[in-house]
Design a protein around this ligand. Structure first.
Ligand code: 3PY
Ligand code: MG
Length: 256
């Protein structure tokens, strides 16, 4: 199986830059790989790609050397397994609120003895043709990345316990859901939301874990880097919209 350069960079304390992909197209993944992003988050929460398309998007990631992470809507082992079997190098789970739910994610992503993931001769295992299973299991447990979203007050209340669950690599602040669940929909920069974000960063970094978040533009991403946030994702839609608007403004001389 492939090694996970995102995991290696994070372990070395280096930032990684990725892009959420909501357009169900392998070509979008190839473009992100060729342009030089470190990872893509293939969105199976808020976007429409089905499992078969996601598998082909993972193939596109493999072909261009970019790390494929899948955001999986449901914290259920049978569902997480299907994306991992397709060859995802990591799982990103939204709306995780307790240590028990966090443990469930790790159990689904990792093979025994670290978790309880089921084993079969699937795409992730090179259809059982390359490594003997014991070696594959060890490598998969080392290379797969586990990301859990912190995006509710409930999660913040349980964060001190969640950060001690073994096997989680990144605690990902979802600014849209967090601001919404705190009562400030559409206002991630509201001082009260920012205060909670600073608390999350302090708890996660204090436990020696990595913080991630979504930062769509350069200024936002730089602010996050200054806070010590290392796993940063922008989004395909915001990249297209902002560059298209800038282009139109340029060619039409500011008339939009
Ligand atoms: C959120 O902002 O809620 C997300 O899940 C992605 O950034
Ligand atoms: Mg969210």
């Amino acid at each position: 199986m492939r090694t996970n350069s995102v995991k290696a960079r994070l372990k070395a304390g280096q930032p990684v830059f990725g892009c959420f992909i909501t357009v169900p197209a392998p070509m979008m993944v190839e473009l992100c790989g060729l342009v030089g992003f470190d990872f893509v988050v293939l969105d199976a929460e808020h976007a429409i790609a089905d499992l078969e398309t996601i598998e082909n998007m993972i193939r596109a990631a493999d072909a261009t050397g970019i790390v494929p992470i899948v955001r999986i809507a449901v914290n259920q082992p049978q569902i997480i397994l299907r994306y991992m079997d397709a060859g995802a190098l990591g799982a990103q789970l939204p709306q995780i609120n307790t240590a028990a739910e966090t443990r469930q994610v790790v159990d689904a992503v990792k093979y025994r003895p670290l978790g309880k993931r089921g084993l079969a001769g699937v795409r992730a295992t090179d259809y059982g043709m390359r490594l003997p299973y014991p070696q594959y299991i060890q490598q998969a447990n080392e290379e797969t990345l586990v990301v859990v979203h912190i995006e509710t007050p409930e999660a913040v209340a349980h964060l001190e316990e969640m950060v001690h669950v073994p096997g989680v690599d990144v605690f990902f602040i979802g600014p849209t859901d967090l601001s919404y669940s705190l009562g400030f929909p559409g206002e991630p920069d509201h001082p009260k939301v920012q205060e909670v974000i600073r608390r999350i960063v302090a708890i996660v970094r204090g436990a020696g874990k990595v913080v991630g978040t979504m930062a769509t533009d350069v200024a936002g991403a730089k602010r996050c880097l200054d806070m010590g946030i290392l796993y940063l994702a922008t989004g395909d839609r915001s990249l297209v919209v902002s560059s298209a608007q800038a282009y139109l403004q340029g060619v039409r001389g500011g008339s939009g």
